[in-house]
Design a protein around this ligand. Structure first.
Ligand SMILES: [Zn+2]
Length: 153
C-alpha cells in the first residue's frame, strides 16, 4: 500500500464517501432535470405534429364552370371564400383540418374547406385561382401529412 491509503486511511475513506454522495446528488439532479423536459420536449409542438402520412391522388380545380359546373362561384362548401390555398377533401376529413401537400403552397399546411362529388376515398382536390394553374397541376399521387392541429377560427 502506498500514498494516501498508507498515510491517511481515514482521509481516503472520507474522500471516497464524499465522492459517492456527490455522484448520488448528481444522479438525483439528473433525474429531476430530465423528467420534465423529456415529457414536454420530446414530442414536437402541436402545430407541427402529424398523423401518419398517407398516399392521396390529388387533382386540382379552380372556381370556373369547367371545374365546378353549377357550383361555380366564389364560395366553398364550408362557407369560406374560395381564395388562396385550400383543399377539397372527402367528408371523413372535417373542415378546418390542416394538410401538408408536397408542391402545394410550398408544402406549408393548407386547410380543408371544400367538398366535391367525386372527391371520395384517398382523393383530394387542391384549389387554384386560375384554370391554367389547375391544369398545370394535373393529377399527382403524393404523400399527404395530416396535422393534429386544426385551422384556428
Ligand atoms: Zn377551372
Amino acid at each position: 500500500m502506498t500514498g494516501i491509503w498508507k498515510e491517511e486511511p481515514y482521509k481516503a475513506a472520507k474522500i471516497i464517501c464524499l465522492c459517492g454522495v456527490a455522484i448520488l446528488v448528481l444522479l438525483v439532479i439528473n433525474i429531476f432535470i430530465k423528467s420534465p423536459s423529456s415529457e414536454a420536449g420530446s414530442p414536437p409542438p402541436e402545430q407541427t405534429r402529424t398523423l401518419p402520412a398517407s398516399l392521396y391522388e390529388i387533382t386540382a380545380y379552380c372556381p370556373c364552370e369547367l371545374c365546378c359546373g353549377e357550383y361555380a362561384d366564389s364560395l366553398t362548401a364550408s362557407g369560406e371564400l374560395a381564395e388562396g390555398f385550400l383543399v377539397a377533401a372527402p367528408s371523413e376529413i372535417p373542415f378546418g383540418t390542416l394538410l401538408r401537400i408536397p408542391g402545394y403552397n410550398n408544402g406549408d399546411p393548407v386547410p380543408v374547406l371544400d367538398r366535391g362529388g367525386i372527391i371520395k376515398g384517398n382523393r383530394l382536390d387542391v384549389f387554384f385561382q386560375s384554370h391554367q394553374e389547375a391544369l398545370n397541376w394535373g393529377r399527382q399521387t403524393l404523400k399527404v401529412e395530416r396535422l393534429e392541429k386544426r385551422l384556428d377560427k
